[in-house]
Design a protein around this ligand. Sequence first.
Ligand SMILES: Nc1ncnc2c1ncn2[C@@H]1O[C@H](COP(=O)(O)O)[C@@H](O)[C@H]1OP(=O)(O)O
Ligand SMILES: [Mg+2]
Ligand SMILES: [Mg+2]
Ligand SMILES: [Mg+2]
Length: 311
Amino acid sequence: MSTLQRVIANAVAAVDRAGRIVKEVLHSGSLGIIDKAQDDLQTEADRSAQKCIVASLSKSFPRMKIIGEEGAQEGMAAKDDWIVKELDGAVLKETLPSDLAGVDEKDIVCWVDPLDGTKEYTQGLLDHVTVLVGFAVGGKAVAGVVHQPFYNYTKQADPFKQGRTMWGIVGLGVRGITPAVPASGKIITTTRSHSSPTINACIEAMKPTEVIRVGGAGHKVLLLIEGQAHAYVFPSPGCKKWDTCAPEALLEAAGGALTDIHGSKILYHADVDHPNWGGVLATCKRDLLPQYLREVPESVRQALPVLGQKL
Ligand SMILES: Nc1ncnc2c1ncn2[C@@H]1O[C@H](COP(=O)(O)O)[C@@H](O)[C@H]1OP(=O)(O)O
Ligand SMILES: [Mg+2]
Ligand SMILES: [Mg+2]
Ligand SMILES: [Mg+2]
């Protein structure tokens, strides 16, 4: 059994526990909101869910490098029942692509966003929330685990029996989600809570038939995979590597593509800068990406630094 496969299997089990914590905090009625920076909130759910995922993965895979959005969380003990040792059986049944099967634990970099869509979580837009665990090897996003705790959420049913988990491995495919493409139009999804004149100018230049403004990098990539939007356009440095690693791998495994606004690969080595300085551009199908890249106005390109290598 390959190490990467065991790591992904553990992450699939751990995100479910993290999603439970996200629900428990919501139902406690006390979100414990902290302002980390302007337009950058953290809640008790972000803190505790990160502790759960990082404590679980680091216990079983101590040589893997794990980078979480909420930092080291020093002084905060993980409760015993937050530590998930289980490995998801469905992941273990798969056969990994040969280039990933032999990867050593110390060469895996894990990017954790314990709660993506924090702003929307605090505003009750619960379906925008995802838990993201991405895995990179050699700087490339190769596997992504995405949990959506409030998928099709209804207050009438048991909250802990709701939610879904999706995962994808580049070269293998996706599980827990069925890829589709929009039937017609030119539908762009983008931020609802971190907008800017540059973002709006870029979208306007692309002449979409519809713009879907929703929260979360994970959520927007799910819209691409499920055929509700053609492109995710975010020419801003606001998204960090933990926002894009798992969504990028899931999208690529589903046949789409995610790069920066210049078409350069986003790099996920352990020592990289955390912000995605070149912004984010993603399409539901990989062959749609060049068209959207050509449509990025020169003024928008000038506003964002060029980094990395072209895809
Ligand atoms: N200016 C910003 N500061 C901090 N985080 C940001 C910023 N812009 C985007 N993000 C992160 O990227 C995600 C996608 O952006 P948006 O929802 O605006 O489209 C956000 O939910 C947030 O992740 P998180 O909620 O995990 O902090
Ligand atoms: Mg955040
Ligand atoms: Mg995020
Ligand atoms: Mg987050």
